[in-house]
Design a binder for this molecule. Structure first.
Ligand code: KG4
Ligand code: ZN
Length: 342
């Protein structure tokens, strides 16, 4: 255990967002810069790993410079004197993208003579969900729903996670993206579905609520297939009605299992994390469920749900203090898992 660090620079390049941020004591975000590659990948209907890696290379230096400037730090060597560490996402994610951020973070740490901290992207999302809510009572049930992951976790404190449930097939965000692509609503799919759904009837189609009463694991591939069958059987159905009914089915299952998981774990609050947590329907449903349970809902701002580097800097600060720096010969791991309590 080392003394509480001051400012930490975080770098996030695990997928298609190039991000850098500076976070200080108490999780205070001094700056957070996210450069999205959405336009670059939109024409292909999804992230093209090769293009993402190359775009990170071009964008990372200006994004880091903007984060340092936003935090009031001088560019170049002067910034090193004000920073206590450089943290970067080491996985899970696209290997070509991860390597850009990890290599840059190690190079900066070396030249500034500060420690390097390798951060698990999923752990970063868990920290993000609580950045706006310091001082909450543990345990907290966290529903982490992103493009690549769907995890229901009982968080007993930073670094202490128990798995309650996870997806057996598609991630929640992946289901939103695939349904949006099928309907021709564009990329990224989550926001496109949400937009279309606002003008649709969530009861137009009774899509399946998979495994609703069976444990705490999730399954979304059947829901996606049900959407495809329904649209083929009802060619006159509007995109709005299909999107609203799909969204409602996904949210119903996510919230029902989160509530049951929270009760089983004796959670004293429920937290949302990951890109799908930006969804208004999910946010409202979790808030309503928490009101019924009489426990707080920790719903972070939308910018803290989707990928960002403030969450990496925050997790890196905690890790530096409680676990220590990461050796420079430790590499990126595209298949890294969330470390769980035995
Ligand atoms: O956490 P994130 O930014 O990146 C990953 O680590 O995957 O999550 C991206 C996912 C995508 O699948 C995207 O469609 C989904 O989050 N998403 C949404 C919304 N905004 C982003 N899903 C539903 N509603 C939204 N408003
Ligand atoms: Zn993410």
């Amino acid at each position: 255990m080392s003394p509480a660090p001051g400012l930490v620079l975080g770098i996030e390049t695990s997928c298609d967002d190039t991000a850098a941020a500076v976070v200080g004591p108490g999780g205070a975000i001094r700056s957070s810069v996210v450069s999205s590659q959405v336009d670059l990948h939109a024409v292909y209907g999804g992230v093209v790993p090769e293009l993402a890696g190359r775009a990170h290379l071009e964008l990372l230096v200006p994004v880091v410079a903007a984060a340092l400037e936003g935090a009031g730090l001088p560019p170049g060597p002067g910034a090193g004197a004000a920073l206590d560490a450089v943290a970067a996402t080491v996985g899970p994610g696209l290997i070509g993208s991860l390597l850009v951020g990890v290599s840059a973070a190690k190079a900066l740490a070396l030249s500034w003579e500060v420690p390097f901290v390798g951060v698990n992207h999923l752990e970063g999302h868990l920290f993000a969900s609580l950045l706006d809510h310091p001082g909450q009572a543990w345990p907290v049930a966290v529903l982490l729903v992103s493009g690549g992951h769907t995890l229901l976790v009982s968080m007993e404190g930073p670094g202490r996670y128990r798995l309650l449930g996870q997806t057996l097939d598609d991630a929640a965000g992946e289901a939103f993206d695939k349904v949006a692509r099928f309907l021709g609503l564009g990329y990224p799919g989550g926001p496109a579905i949400e937009r279309a759904a606002t003008a649709g009837d969530p009861e137009a189609f009774a899509f399946p609520r998979a495994m609703l009463d069976a444990g705490l694991d999730f399954s979304f591939s059947g829901l996606k297939t049900a959407v495809v069958h329904a649209v083929r059987a009802h060619p006159d159905a509007t995109d709005e009605d299909v999107a609203a009914s799909f969204q409602q089915a996904a949210v119903d299952v996510l919230v029902a299992k989160t509530v049951r998981g929270a009760q089983a774990a004796g959670a004293r609050g429920i937290c949302l994390a990951g890109g799908v947590a930006a969804n208004s329907c999910l946010r409202a449903a979790v808030a309503a469920a928490c009101e019924e349970l009489d426990i707080p809902a920790y719903v972070p701002g939308r910018a803290m749900c989707t990928d960002n580097a403030a969450m990496i800097a925050a997790a890196g600060r905690w890790q530096l203090e409680h676990v220590g720096p990461t050796p420079l010969d430790e590499g990126a791991d595209p298949a890294l898992r969330l470390p769980l309590l035995g």
